[in-house]
Write a protein that binds this ligand. Sequence first.
Ligand SMILES: Cc1cc2nc3c(=O)[nH]c(=O)nc-3n(C[C@H](O)[C@H](O)[C@H](O)COP(=O)(O)O)c2cc1C
Length: 133
Amino acid sequence: MTVHQLIYASRPFGFDEAVLNGILVGARRYNAEHDITGALICRADLYLQLLEGPDETVKALYRQITTDNRHVEVEQLLSRSADQRMFPDWAMLHDPAKSWLWNAEEISDGALRRASEEEIVAVFERSAKDAAP
Ligand SMILES: Cc1cc2nc3c(=O)[nH]c(=O)nc-3n(C[C@H](O)[C@H](O)[C@H](O)COP(=O)(O)O)c2cc1C
């Protein structure tokens, strides 16, 4: 069964533990009820999220997320259909950004806009591999 996958990046606005937890609790509840899975890679300067699920559900959620004032500069990096999910077991995996990711300076310097779709997808493949039991 094909699913739609969408990846975007944004800059957190008012980022702290409580804000992040609020996002995750709400996201996991909604996603579980709507057949959406994915991962949210985050740190103070960056949200990088993959959403996957039914085409229209994913696109509608993304539109909703772009209006959320807990982040700014939301930029879509990938939108494609895929044969299988990358995070079938995760309503929304929370992955604190790892040392191997682009650093804050590279991000503010436009590293994500320059990255190829393959490089962006590779970030989530690595995250999914790390999360596997
Ligand atoms: C970085 C980020 C990621 C989010 N991810 C999700 C998500 O995966 N699922 C979800 O339902 N809401 C997510 N949200 C929250 C939505 O933007 C929105 O608050 C939620 O859909 C509830 O909307 P409502 O309060 O208007 O009903 C996210 C918000 C941010 C800032």
